[in-house]
Design a binder for this molecule. Sequence first.
Ligand code: BJW
Length: 228
Amino acid sequence: MSSIRNIVILTGAGISAESGIDTFRGAGGLWENHRVEDVATPEAFARDPELVLRFYDARREAIQRVEPNRAHHALARLDAEWTGDLLIVTQNVDDLHERAGARRVLHMHGTHLSAWCTACDARHEWRGQLIDRPACPACGAVALRPDIVWFGEMPYRMEEIFGALVEADLFVSIGTSGAVYPTAGFVQEAAAYGACTLELNLEPSQGSHLFGESRLGPAGELVPTFVS
Ligand code: BJW
């Protein structure tokens, strides 16, 4: 690692699996027989807001009952100790990186613990339910939705992410299937600008062949070994 100064780490649902949160596309990845692609869209919310809000209320409640695992703690240690640039870009909408102590975390797909008012654009920390259609604390409109990036919407802070990928000496992808864009393209972007690339995943992702190195196994074992 001696020539490495700038690190970008991408995390996906697999890093939280050992905390007890189901991944999206593995066993248990369906919710009441709905695929994530059928509930995580603005069209699904317009068509059946009750279904979508019930889905997110259940997930918001579930993530507050689980704890960070060894992989989250290992990354938090790296974050605390690494003196170069480091950015943990997570697709996850839980707060397990932060609860493990990581500070340099960017939630590109939003977070369960925030509600977004589509009337006045305010964001509010939110731990309870949305199914009762509460009013926005800022403007009073009944226009709150989960602060989650759905299919067809632009992920958050893309400019910052691409800036970090261009500068990265090392890009590490942990626990993500490579089935969703734009994240599936990050490895090629980083490699094109000269980064070494490493995948840590339970099984080969869709873009596994694009990585310089791929290590297979549970994140709770692979990530502490990588960090030490
Ligand atoms: C373990 C493990 C253990 C298990 N240890 N590992 C056609 C072609 C190309 C693109 C498109 C297309 N049609 C539409 C698109 C774009 C679309 C897209 O990608 N669709 C695909 C389905 C094809 N993308 C979008 O719409 C995105 N926006 C966009 O593209 O804007 C335009 C743009 C253009 C250019 C630049 C920038 C932007 C938005 C995507 C929003 C995704 N939202 C979701 C839902 C939010 C969360 C929620 O509802 O709760 O985000 S979908 C869902 O998938 C979630 C995740 O963040 C995301 C990725 O899933 P992830 O994390 O990879 O989980 P899994 O389950 O897929 O994989 C888990 C992995 O872990 C597996 O590999 C396991 O093996 C592994 N694992 N246990 C280690 N213990």
